[in-house]
Design a protein around this ligand. Structure first.
Ligand code: G1P
Ligand code: ZN
Length: 543
């Protein structure tokens, strides 16, 4: 088979964001765009020659085309073996697991997470390293530098590799091993959890639903929840992955999974419900009459980790991203494990996980996970909750109320302002940034500012430094306001405002979050000039 070295000209926008390179399908399907990025990875990172790599994606539009291109390029770049999910499909956590399971050199994960899919939607690619985590910024910066100078890429001829059947075949000198997309992941989950306890819970009158939102988790959820754990077939909804995710927005939150939320929170027709996102790494947890905010979910899982077989002996520590609520810290303080605060983005947890400093970690953006893989894991979180409910024999509401009674409650909201111009977003960031130096000691809404800074992080394992990771204003343990610019969008700018208020008196534990946070939101508006600079009188999405 012939290897072509194809002359190319560079693109100047292949810098990786919070989680991989994300662009519209229109951008990704331009000639040479994907090829250039993939070649920049092959040229930058050592060790591809003779290596095994993992390849798969969330099945969105353009997944199939991209898989074929990457296979042909891998063969041309000396890769010995590519392990591909059947049909080119792998959830993000399953891809991370396969890299670990096969001790592969690395992997390409094709996904734009929860961003809409289809010809007018988004596409994305993540490069994950040995061990299963996303490449660190130092690596992606080097890939970006290479992409800006790229002169050629390498590709072999092929009429198309058949990836719909499990089995092994050759492509040039390379082996393509197509594996069952769900089997190994399902085995991993069986090792992590008390499946007998969950089976018993589901065999009783406990009613649950899982919404796969027409995205990648459908087959995984059917295999584990229905086939293995005995949930009724209709408990897994929207289970067939579609290339356009059914035209929906597969982001598990109260806006995009509204029907499910109405059914369980308002109509109280289910005991437990959950949803996952496009590539299966996010999760939303709902109980009868109750939304579990992601920061609380993380804290509850950490507080009850001893109910999970994998962590029965306790955990050394847990981590949260900086904007995530400090509910986790309250648990760590009482239970005596270490708590870490990292920048936004899962890659910052990986060194801590590798060094076994932490076992559980999470983000406010509906991301929760543990040491079993190096990506956040939506189904893992759902199974962790079912396992805890089964062992504790409590409803979601009882568990939450007991948790707040013991640790206090961190009321929390994230306000997203989407579709702003870069100038509008920068105006708000600059207003707050310029005020940071003088805020300390001021009192706002009766709360004294104890710290105000731009978050920067030194990784405790490799001492790498990450600057400019969000502006934060802290009012002791009582409250925080955080503002940062999203790093996952594909056009314009999105601002995220994070609000957190702590209450511990018994009468204050069951109030509507919007009511508790209203005063803090007004302070935030004043400090950031959000309404003034954006012309908006409300956020686009509140989660
Ligand atoms: C968002 C979330 C962040 C998450 C990332 C990938 O990034 O806020 O927590 O890790 O998506 O799922 P952002 O758009 O805020 O940069
Ligand atoms: Zn995702």
């Amino acid at each position: 088979m012939h290897t072509h070295t194809v002359a190319t000209t560079p693109f100047d926008d292949q810098r990786v964001g919070t989680a991989g390179l994300r662009k519209t399908v229109a951008v990704f399907s331009q000639p040479r765009y994907l090829e250039n990025f993939v070649q920049a990875v092959f040229d930058t990172v050592d060790g591809f020659d003779g290596a095994s790599i993992v390849l798969g994606g969330d099945g969105r539009y353009h997944n199939d085309v991209a898989i074929q291109t990457i296979l042909r390029m891998a063969a041309a770049n000396g890769v010995a073996k590519v392990i591909v999910g059947q049909g080119g499909i792998l959830s993000t956590p399953a891809a991370s697991h396969l890299i670990r399971h096969f001790d592969a050199h690395s992997g390409f994960v094709l996904s734009a997470s929860h961003n809409p899919a289809g010809p007018d939607g988004d596409f994305g690619i993540k490069f994950n390293i040995r061990g299963g985590g996303q490449a660190a910024s130092s690596v992606t910066d080097a890939i970006y530098a290479c992409s800006k100078q790229l002169a050629a890429y390498k590709i072999i001829d092929s009429d198309g590799v058949a990836i719909n059947q499990v089995g092994t075949q050759s492509l040039g000198n390379m082996t393509v091993e197509v594996v069952d997309s769900t089997a190994l992941y399902a085995d991993l989950m069986a090792q992590q959890f008390d499946f007998d306890a969950i089976r018993q819970l589901l065999a009783g009158d406990f009613k649950m639903a899982f919404d796969a939102m027409h995205a990648v988790t459908g087959p995984y959820a059917k295999r584990i929840l229905v086939d293995t754990l005995g949930a009724p077939r209709d408990a897994v909804r929207n289970a067939t992955p579609l290339p356009d995710f059914g035209g929906g927005h597969p982001d598990p939150n109260l806006l995009y999974a509204k029907d499910l939320a109405d059914e369980v929170i308002n109509a109280q027709a289910l005991d437990f419900a959950a949803a996952s996102d496009g590539d299966g790494d996010r999760n939303m947890i709902l109980g009868k009459g109750l939304f579990v905010s992601p920061g609380d979910s993380l804290a509850v899982i950490a507080a009850n980790a001893d109910a999970l077989p994998a962590y029965a002996d306790g955990i050394p520590g847990a981590a949260r991203s900086m904007p995530t609520s400090r509910a986790l810290d309250a648990v760590a303080a009482q239970q005596g494990f270490d708590a870490y605060e990292t920048p936004t983005g899962w890659k910052f947890f990986c060194n801590l996980l590798d060094a076994e400093r932490i076992s559980i970690c999470g983000e406010e953006s509906f991301g929760t996970g543990a040491a079993h893989v190096r990506e956040k894991d939506g189904l893992w979180a759902v199974l962790a909750w079912l396992n805890i409910l089964a062992v504790r024999q409590q409803s979601v509401a009882d568990l939450m109320h007991a948790h707040w009674a013991r640790y206090g409650r961190h009321y929390y909201q994230r306000h997203d302002y989407e579709g702003l111009t870069v100038d509008q977003a920068d105006a708000c960031m600059n207003k707050l940034r310029n005020a940071l130096g003088s805020l300390r000691g001021q009192t706002h809404a009766g709360l004294a500012v104890t710290a105000a800074d731009e978050f920067a992080y030194t990784d405790p394992i490799d001492q790498s430094r990450a600057e400019g990771q969000g502006l934060r204003v802290c009012f002791g343990d009582a409250a925080r306001i955080i503002l940062r610019k999203s790093g996952t969008g594909t056009s314009g700018a999105t601002l995220r405002l994070y609000l957190e208020t702590f209450r511990s008196d018994e009468w204050e534990l069951r109030l509507p979050p919007a009511e508790v946070l209203a005063e803090l939101a007004a302070v935030a508006d004043q400090l950031t000039g959000l309404r003034e600079h954006t012309g908006r009188d409300a956020p686009s999405v509140i989660t």
